[in-house]
Design a protein around this ligand. Sequence first.
Ligand code: FES
Length: 138
Amino acid sequence: MYTEKVMDHFLNPRNMGEIQDADAVGEVGNAKCGDIMKMYLKIDNNVITDIKFKTFGCASAIATSSIATEMIKGKSIDEALQLTNKAVVEALDGLPAHKIHCSVLAEQAVKAAIADYYRKQGIDPEPIVGKLTEADHH
Ligand code: FES
């Protein structure tokens, strides 16, 4: 039922852990299942130079967080904001239909971390926070 890529990222998660001196942290929860995902970012000159995650959740949530970190590491904040749960699912060669909602967490965690960064920079995070709710309804 899971693709090889999902199994690989679940069994060997990339960028798992915590960044002690992170520039931004985003934490989101899935209302449907109670799973939690936390993303830590290091940002330099608008580029995500390092990223780590901690996911207390199902296999799909772990696999999607892992691949999401790979997809936005080294990218600009604007590029990272374009990351959709759909792109994450495609990068994993698909998820079972009833597991698609797990991928929403990855998109939201990235956006929540960037919103946190904006807040710390004194920039209004509202446009991103608005997108967070949108992502919830994918
Ligand atoms: Fe909770 Fe997958 S079942 S995120």
